[in-house]
Design a protein around this ligand. Structure first.
Ligand code: NAD
Ligand code: UGA
Length: 431
């Protein structure tokens, strides 16, 4: 099939490369000329495990191409929209200006029957609006707008593309359904495709992300209780997870959930429900609890350097989680910003997210070239992102001023740290 993907970001790029790998002719369109120029020069614009291989291979075969020219959608059987839908700074509602701009821009170029699949996370009813925009702009166009929410995890985008738990498609068009089946025909294993109403598909995306956010908030509160009561949160999580109705995933306590989606999608869902006069109290509790969590973690770190006038804090990890260079809504960045505002000197290291973090933190912190260098002469080391690499740093070689570790990701082995004379605090009393 001929595919066009609009929006070449964390979703659009792996999706485009994955579709090309399945054998489809795929053109990826973005409005940022510099990004397209880099991609056309063979340079990948974001870090995502295994992406570079399929990017290079399919570009070389000519099945994957990049352009800023929206007219390139003209031969597409399938157009996938994957533009950003950021939160409104005050209400938290999803900002749909980029989505609607994409619909406006593609409409005049449609030829023949086309399925327009929206992958951006959008409020209920946005699919109707996309169809309305296209109809107004090009009354003769023959098309269906379907909802095709994305469930990939950053850091695993390529794996998730080829091994999705489920593919949710919102449409009542028989013709669009046949196109979807054709799109995934070349999958190594037949994926689990659930066809539902368009509005249901739009809500499945928000309801899923909010559920996982609530699960994380819950285990963070249970971690607080464990710390007070002497129970071990990791044992509690493991015991809970053995119940298949609960499941063991997303029960890792930490500094709060971050990333480009959980914070934004919980707020957007809460806003939508409020507009509909429905109270989603669990979602609201997770939003509030997650904000408070980061400040609590700042207090925890500062308590470790209470009597030191200008404490030097080493921070390991800036990305919102391990395996990505993405720092959007990263708890690590928010914690660092609060630490700076409270007078701390920060030296930091992240294996992949230094450049993206620099765009936000500028020269307010010192960037080290390794985890060990970041820890040099520090009064406390705070581990803020779950990079596996941090587990392998030889603690006995760290040259800190004070041997204090606050590990918010359970990455460092507490027993080994204590053996080397460190004060170590994770979320369990004797971890
Ligand atoms: P992103 O910011 O990384 O990429 C979006 C891209 O769209 C940008 O490169 C931007 O320049 C481009 N764009 C915006 N308007 C355009 C237009 N009119 N024409 C052409 N290009 C345009 O965003 P992302 O993280 O890939 O997220 C995209 C959507 O997918 C969002 O709605 C998000 O909520 C959803 N989503 C993201 C993830 C994720 O892991 N990042 C996972 C599931 C769903
Ligand atoms: C999440 C979902 O997992 C994807 O299914 C979804 O497609 C995506 O959002 C999206 O809509 O953008 P992602 O943001 O890549 O994926 O990251 P997650 O692995 O879900 O982690 C989100 C945050 O929760 C991170 O800050 C992570 O550190 C934190 N987390 C996760 C915990 O604190 N504890 C856990 O047990 C799991």
């Amino acid at each position: 099939m001929n595919i066009a993907v609009i929006g070449v970001g964390y979703v659009g790029l792996p999706t485009g490369a994955g579709l090309a790998e399945l054998g489809h002719n795929t053109v990826c369109i973005d409005k940022i000329p510099d990004k397209i120029a880099e991609l056309n020069a063979g340079k990948i614009t974001l870090f995502e495990k295994d992406l570079e291989d399929i990017f290079n291979k399919n570009r070389a075969s000519g099945r994957l191409s990049f352009t800023t020219d929206m007219a390139s959608v003209k031969d597409a059987d399938f157009i996938i929209i994957a533009v950003n839908t950021p939160p409104h700074p005050i209400t938290g509602a999803a900002d749909l200006q980029y989505l609607y701009a994409a619909a406006e821009a593609l409409a005049p170029h449609l030829t023949g029957y086309t399925v327009i699949a929206n992958k951006s996370t959008v409020p209920l009813g946005a699919g109707n609006k996309i169809a309305e925009i296209i109809k107004n702009k090009n009354p003769n166009a023959d098309f269906d707008v379907i909802s095709m929410p994305e469930f990939l995890r950053e850091g695993f985008a390529v794996y998730d593309f080829f091994h999705p738990d489920r593919i949710i498609i919102g449409t009542d068009s028989k013709r669009a359904r046949e196109y979807v089946e054709k799109l995934y025909e070349a999958f190594p294993q037949k994926p689990n495709i659930l066809f539902v109403k368009r509005l249901s598909a739009e809500l499945i995306k928000y309801a899923s992300n909010a559920f996982l956010s609530i699960k994380i908030h819950y285990i963070n509160e249970i971690a607080d209780f464990c710390e007070q009561s002497g129970a071990d949160v990791y044992e509690v999580a493991m015991g809970m997870g053995l119940d298949s109705r609960i499941g063991g995933k997303f029960l890792r306590p930490g500094p709060g959930y971050g990333g480009s989606c959980f914070p934004k999608d919980t707020k957007a869902l809460s806003y939508m429900a409020n507009q509909a006069r429905v109270n989603l109290s669990l979602v609201d509790a997770a939003i509030l609890g997650n904000d408070i969590r980061k400040s609590k973690m700042v207090t925890r770190i500062l308590n470790a350097v209470k009597k030191i006038e200008k404490p030097k804090i080493a921070v390991w990890g800036l990305a919102f989680k391990g395996g990505t260079d993405d720092v959007r809504e990263s708890p690590a960045i928010q914690i660092v910003q609060e630490l700076i505002s409270r007078g701390a000197d920060i030296t930091t290291f992240d294996p992949k997210a230094m450049d993206t973090a620099k765009a936000i933190l500028g020269d307010a912190v010192i960037y080290a070239d390794s985890a060990a260098t970041a820890a040099k002469d520090a009064d406390v080391l705070a581990v803020l992102t779950e990079w596996d690499d941090f587990a392998n740093v030889p603690l006995n070689e760290l040259t800190m001023r004070r041997k204090y570790i606050i590990d918010l990701r359970h990455i460092i082995d507490g027993a080994t740290a204590r053996q080397y004379g460190f004060y170590y605090r994770g979320f369990a009393r004797n971890d």
